[in-house]
Design a protein around this ligand. Structure first.
Ligand code: NAD
Ligand code: IPM
Ligand code: MN
Length: 353
């Protein structure tokens, strides 16, 4: 029996609705599989926890999480209670940084049963490798308060190691896909970091003569996501470019509610973390109408991470069957609740055995 010890952080808003849905799906999969068992330990760290304790997690929170094989997270953020930069840097970004979760994998593809907002969506199937530890997400800089001339300086950090690591990951991934890597750049406008990023990309590219490679400026790249997403295979992007691109990738699939992600640790020292692309969606929280697919597809990525690829593919196939059957939440044109979509997915999983 393979037992997987998972730390679960539902977080805020719809995180508390879609995480239980995905756990149900994982437990159902384990039942039909037979040789697999999950042990879920839940941690109530969120903005309400912050109001009670003055921190998003206990002082030894990271040590606690480090004992698990993976972290399964919903979403963090309730700006009405806690400013976003405090809640996110106190939990989500803290875990990404302290656990060396240097790669953030975010796929997007034409999804059966979901209508893309694109008029003629060709059959796109892409994955963004987002550098997840540096770039524009940095604490370096500061604010200067001087009346009308008040200013804020935000430094972006690009190391050769960090950029190269993400790029190599992208090229390795492309070997098993369509053998094509696109680098998101902006070396025409950003003076230091982006020419450096391009230089590192050229160096890495030279080690992969069998993989086609090109660089596209991020502004044009976002336009191509809308006009011809089918030209992409693997895209490697810095932290902020990758963040923005992947909401767009989710949107062209049909909804941000369906997009998954995996934050990967490469040095084996810490657990990887799995969370959907979307946030806590305060506008729909508590109504039972959040799309659980992003979180459930995220669970699929966690199964892949643990080498359960067949089961993972079965799960994705079942999710697509359910959307094709029209059992969908409102964001993708249906009328079903979070619970109804989840129950239908679980029901179809039990029919596997
Ligand atoms: P959001 O992704 O929460 O919501 C954007 C829009 O998409 C909203 O209209 C929302 O209703 C909709 N949406 C999102 N997920 C959905 C789902 N599963 N089903 C149906 N509709 C869905 O982004 P936001 O509004 O910018 O952020 C809200 C809060 O979440 C903020 O505090 C933000 O910082 C935080 N956030 C957290 C994460 C994370 O923890 N990984 C990611 C993004 C945003
Ligand atoms: C994401 C989110 C986070 C990010 C925020 C909430 C800090 O948007 O995971 O995509 O920018 O990385
Ligand atoms: Mn984002």
């Amino acid at each position: 029996m393979k037992k997987l010890e998972i730390a679960v952080v539902p977080g805020d808003g719809i995180g508390k609705e879609v995480v239980p849905a995905a756990l149900k799906v994982l437990d159902t999969l384990a039942e039909v599989h037979g040789g697999l068992q999950f042990s879920f330990t839940e941690f109530p760290w969120n903005c309400e926890y912050y109001l009670q304790h003055g921190a998003m997690m206990p002082a030894d929170g990271l040590q606690t999480l480090a004992n698990f094989q993976a972290v399964f997270l919903g979403a963090v953020g309730n700006p009405q209670l806690v400013p976003d930069h405090i809640s996110l840097w106190g939990l989500l970004i803290k875990i990404r940084r302290e656990f060396d979760l240097v790669i953030n994998l975010r796929p997007a593809k034409v999804f059966a049963g979901i209508t893309s907002p694109l008029a003629n969506p060709r059959d796109f199937d892409l994955i963004v490798v987002r550098e997840n530890s540096e770039g524009e997400y940095s604490e370096v800089g500061g604010r200067i308060f001087r009346g009308e001339d008040e200013l804020a300086i935000q430094n972006a950090i690009f190391t050769r190691k960090g950029s190269e690591r993400a790029m190599r990951y992208a090229f390795e991934l492309a070997k098993g896909r369509k053998k094509h890597v696109t680098s998101a750049t902006k070396s025409n406008g950003i003076f230091h970091s982006m020419p450096f990023w391009d230089e590192v990309f050229q160096d890495v590219q030279a080690d992969y003569p069998d993989i086609a490679a090109r660089s596209i400026h991020i502004d044009a790249l976002t336009a191509f996501f809308v006009t011809q997403p089918q030209i992409f295979d693997v895209i490697v992007a810095s932290n902020l470019f990758g963040d923005i691109l992947t909401d767009l990738g989710a949107a062209i699939m049909g909804s941000i509610g369906v997009a998954p992600s995996a934050n990967i640790n490469l040095n084996g020292k810490y657990p990887s973390m799995f969370e959907p692309v979307h946030g806590s969606a305060p506008d729909i929280a508590g109504k039972g109408i959040a799309n659980p697919i992003g979180q459930i597809w995220t669970a699929k990525m966690m199964l892949d991470h643990f080498g359960e690829n067949e089961l993972a593919e079965e799960l994705l196939r079942i999710i697509e069957e359910v959307t094709q059957a029209g059992i969908k939440t409102g964001d993708i044109g249906g009328k079903a609740t979070t619970g109804e979509v989840t129950a239908e997915i679980c029901q179809r999983i039990t029919q596997l055995s």
